[in-house]
Design a protein around this ligand. Structure first.
Ligand code: AMP
Ligand code: MG
Length: 389
């Protein structure tokens, strides 16, 4: 048996960052910036007023000082002239500060009569945003960077209408099994509904991949072969089920007959069976166990880091956090155990029922508590690592 980290290492060796494509900024959120981009302008591009008020020479900002209003500077419409001693320009937030002025008196600190203003409160702070106060020409947004809505706002301010991002990995999802029908169909008496592919589809979308749900492959060679052919063009082919040693578990055989260099990794983890992986043409193929919880856990532990690697976000395991056990936990066996749990603040409650077929328990969980191989018994209040959903 190999460790989860070793298995991930094998999967990473099959995975490399995808090529760069350009997308309109409006589609950039959630994408990975592939190359650093640099601002071609300063923000603000001129020294700008931070408030509505009156622009004056700072040395003259004394209580009761009076000024003559000689013009106006509004956002988008600056004032052409110069502010000279004893004069002021009515100014609004975001408007260019006129030449000569170094201070904006907020309108609440002013009494105005006709063209004359009087400062009615002591001044501190100039209420001016210096040119380039936010960013300057040449300032970079570094890559790789998973673009947040906030990053998109910054890129827009820098005047990028499009940005270079890593192409989304296309993931073909194949359910296998004679017992499966699609949600919404009427199952026969011996049938169940395919659930894993839908869970994985949602997970992969959230990770920034482009999942494609293929038709369910039946437990025969023809059907599997046909379905594999439909996966053409995918970067990653994920099969679910049919990968153990049962009579009807043909996925490995068929994939191999179609040119896959098969590797089996018997991984010291629970839940999860041996994982199948290999190169299949231009794609990477990963065979996941069929049990619904195992498939989803493997999605979090193996597929998520692979997607990040495809996106150029490096090769690291899914990051873990720690929380305090609300109940004592028994010692662990030889396999790393990922238990369904509920994290609330700093407290983590591990559910009693951990059978790998229980989607209802998985759905109530918001975390996987991680017990390393051979971990000793942990008393209530111990810190334990977990992966949040
Ligand atoms: P297998 O690995 O094909 O033997 O499947 C193990 C278990 O997982 C069986 O009980 C299957 O019915 C179930 N299973 C396999 N694939 C799916 C799927 N896509 N959705 C829900 N259950 C599945
Ligand atoms: Mg099966």
């Amino acid at each position: 048996m190999i460790s989860v980290d070793e298995a991930l290492g094998h999967l990473f060796s099959l995975t490399s960052p995808l090529e760069v494509e350009t997308v309109p900024l409006i589609e950039a959120a959630g994408r990975v910036l592939a190359q650093p981009v640099r601002a071609g302008r300063n923000q603000p591009p001129f020294s700008a007023s931070a408030m509505d008020g009156y622009a004056i020479i700072g040395d003259e900002a004394d209580l009761h000082a009076q000024f003559k209003v000689i013009g106006e500077s509004a956002a988008g419409h600056g004032f052409d002239g110069t502010v000279k001693p004893g004069t002021t320009v009515r100014i609004f937030t975001g408007a260019p500060v006129p030449e000569g002025a170094t201070h904006v008196v907020i309108q609440e600190d002013v009494e105005r009569r006709g063209d004359l203003i009087t400062i009615t409160a002591p001044q501190d702070g100039h209420n001016i945003r210096a040119l380039g106060n936010d960013f300057r020409v040449g300032d970079a947004v570094d890559a790789p960077c998973l673009l947040s809505p906030e990053d998109v706002a910054l890129l827009a301010a820098m005047n990028f209408a499009e940005v270079p991002v890593t192409r989304r990995p296309v993931v073909a999802l194949i359910s296998t099994g004679d017992e499966l029908v699609m949600p919404g169909e009427t199952p026969g008496p011996d049938q169940i509904i395919a659930s894993n592919t839908f869970g994985l589809h949602a997970l992969l979308s959230k990770l920034g991949a482009e999942p494609r749900l293929l038709p369910i492959a039946r437990d025969n060679r023809d059907s599997l072969e046909t379905t594999f052919k439909l996966a053409e063009g995918a970067d990653l082919i994920v099969t679910i089920g049919g990968a153990s040693v049962g009579d009807h578990d043909l996925v490995g055989d068929v994939a191999e007959a179609m040119g896959m260099e098969r590797a089996f990794y018997k991984i010291a983890m629970r839940p999860g069976k041996p994982l199948m992986a290999g190169r299949m043409g231009d794609a990477v193929m990963v065979g996941l166990p069929g049990n619904p919880v195992s498939a989803m856990v493997c999605g979090h532990i193996f597929l998520a880091p692979m997607i990040r690697a495809f996106l150029g976000l490096g090769t690291a395991p899914t990051p873990a956090r720690t929380a305090r056990l609300t109940r004592a936990m028994g010692p662990n066996g030889p396999r790393q155990h990922y238990q369904r749990a509920l994290v609330d603040g700093n407290a983590i409650t591990v559910f009693n029922r951990q059978d790998s077929s229980l989607l209802s328990v998985l759905s109530r969980a918001n975390a996987l508590a991680i017990s390393p191989p051979h971990a000793e018994e942990m008393p209530e209040g111990s810190d334990i690592a977990y992966i949040p959903f």
